[in-house]
Design a protein around this ligand. Sequence first.
Ligand SMILES: Cc1cc2nc3c(=O)[nH]c(=O)nc-3n(C[C@H](O)[C@H](O)[C@H](O)COP(=O)(O)OP(=O)(O)OC[C@H]3O[C@@H](n4cnc5c(N)ncnc54)[C@H](O)[C@@H]3O)c2cc1C
Length: 447
Amino acid sequence: MIVQNWWFTTLLERQYQVCPPLQEHIKCDVLVIGGGMSGVSAAAEFLEKGLKVVLLERNILAGSSSGRSAGFLTPDSELELSQLVRRFGIEGANKIWEIPVKGIRGIKENVEKYNIACDFRTQDSLFLGIGKSGWKDVNDEMECRESVGFGNQTLYNKTELDKVLCSDGFTGAVRYGDTYGIDALQYLQGMKSVLLAGGIKIYESTQVLKIEDKTAITHAGKVSADQMVIAIDKMKHGFNKVADEVFHAQTFLSVSEPLSDREVQQLFPGGQDFQMWDSTVVYSYWRLIEGNRILLGGGSALTTFLPKAWYHENVITGVHKRFKKHFPFLTDLEFIQYWPGLIDTTRDLLPTIVRDEDNPNIHFILGVVGLPWASFCGQFVAKNILRTATEEDDKYYKYLSDRRYFALPAGLYRLIGKPLLFALNNGWAKYYQKDQQHRLRKKIGEF
Ligand SMILES: Cc1cc2nc3c(=O)[nH]c(=O)nc-3n(C[C@H](O)[C@H](O)[C@H](O)COP(=O)(O)OP(=O)(O)OC[C@H]3O[C@@H](n4cnc5c(N)ncnc54)[C@H](O)[C@@H]3O)c2cc1C
């Protein structure tokens, strides 16, 4: 097993356009910095608006989290519905849930409109319970979905589950639809061609070192812009102090050799494949991808909060062992590549959108957990710049503002360090927080 991102391997098989680094001083109306799902979704919103738009990316487009991700397109990423209901009430949870749903819709529309080859597949979600407590979790999830009025879910007991998934050790599952799988690296590389064709200038291998007033400075060039969208990851305090709002969670992925057709049929006796995750706290997750390979991810309690990527095999081999216990007929399945990924996040897992205090032409998208959320946030910020945000968008403000309620202040990291602050605040948000008790007044022009 080698350390290598599988999606990069898939890129080697296809033609893709390379955008050379910036080597001049250019001026534009809007500069987008960061070419992940957030930045590309923002840039796409400016297509056909008659504006001069530039996108700068220090790697290749999708070269960081987006292009390392497992490509589960589900609203239910790290923020479970039950958490949202407790924190925001049924009405609030419903509104927040719309954010990733809209994000997924945006991605799907682009895949279809621009015919992007990115292994986009309809893949119902299967949340699998382990043991007695897992069966309770599954029932709670089912109840929660019903309480907010969702109608596309089914509860499976063990016997019913056996008809759709050949597995051991799961006590039941909730299945729901409108979820998809994607190779996000191929998707964003596909969107690169769309943006270029629409006249947007893209420079890869171009890191922004600092911003001076309305100008972004790179190693070999500069871009001056009236408006800037900054959607970068792993930002340092020295770049901008809003970096204090961003924390990291680590997960690991791996890819198997191809399954035979017979193994796929055995795995999914109902003839339909799923994206799946289990009910453990540091859960494992897996799905079938192009070429009948299994994409399997997970982590460990200790490495989740590490500030740096952990390249040892030991965590992912533990995930493989647990997976094979549930699927004994796949005991000999080899996993050939693995890679770690540090996901930027805020301390309550909701993304933050904020303008620079001294420089309101600069719009930050921070700590986005989940491709659907990133897709939405990029569009949301662009719409605010274009002033095409509607009354309908108004309702999301209070959930994305940096003025929303947090149990612990960001600055506390100076005393206790970022990993501990994140673990404490996230734990509180996950199990106890009730945000509807804290009213946030709207601030005109905040976004
Ligand atoms: C291993 C792993 C598995 C995941 N699985 C899933 C999943 O299954 N489903 C899901 O929904 N989400 C998943 N995620 C989370 C998801 O990938 C992220 O939430 C999402 O991609 C964030 O998108 P983004 O555009 O905000 O950030 P990024 O994709 O990190 O984009 C930021 C970009 O900014 C660039 N950049 C940084 N600094 C600079 C600079 N100074 N100048 C220029 N460019 C810069 C980076 O190179 C990067 O391309 C996973 C993440 C990881 C790491």
